[in-house]
Design a protein around this ligand. Structure first.
Ligand SMILES: [Zn+2]
Length: 170
């Protein structure tokens, strides 16, 4: 864990967390109340422009959960973070990224109200039935990725309950 944390930059920037939920679940999400989450992959868009930058924020998202504070913490009680991406430096990209992921071909589905208590977005959490990889993210996030390449900093295989006969390879 500390090794991972050492690899994270102290710089400020924006990030995406990719989470995998192995089965449909109803999860209590703070004041939003109980919400139904379908099986699949979730992309959470955030930014870290406070003290400690990306290292502090992502370090927290990637460590075992102690106490749920943000909406994403509640999802993490059932879903595992399988990847994280980031772009260093301004501008704050999380809102544009969240919107872009719900537009065009292969768009994901916004989980209304999630992670956007402090902004006017529809959502900062987008559901995908297939794992959103580098190609899809680059296509959705467009020139922004070229201007400030997203860097995949963590890549872990999701732990699925059983592999036999699975048709969910990604
Ligand atoms: Zn927003």
């Amino acid at each position: 864990m500390s090794k991972l944390h050492d690899s994270l930059p102290d710089a400020k920037g924006s990030y995406l967390l990719i989470l995998f939920l192995p089965g449909s679940r109803t999860i209590q999400v703070g004041r939003l109340g109980p919400m139904v989450f379908d099986r699949g992959w979730y992309v959470y868009a955030g930014s870290a422009f406070g003290p400690g930058g990306l290292a502090a924020r992502l370090g927290r998202h990637l460590q075992p959960l102690v106490k749920a504070h943000w909406h994403i913490d509640h999802l993490r009680t059932a879903a595992k973070v399988v990847a994280a991406w980031m772009a260093i430096g301004p501008p704050v990209r999380e809102h544009d990224w969240a919107a872009a992921l719900t537009e065009g071909p292969e768009a994901g589905t916004a989980v209304r109200g999630f992670g956007c208590s402090d902004c006017r977005c529809l959502s900062h959490l987008i559901h995908f039935t297939r794992r959103p990889g580098r190609i899809l993210l680059r296509a959705k996030l467009g020139f922004d990725v070229v201007a400030a390449p997203l860097k995949e900093i963590v890549k872990q295989r999701p732990k699925t309950p059983h592999r036999a006969g699975s048709s969910t390879n990604v």
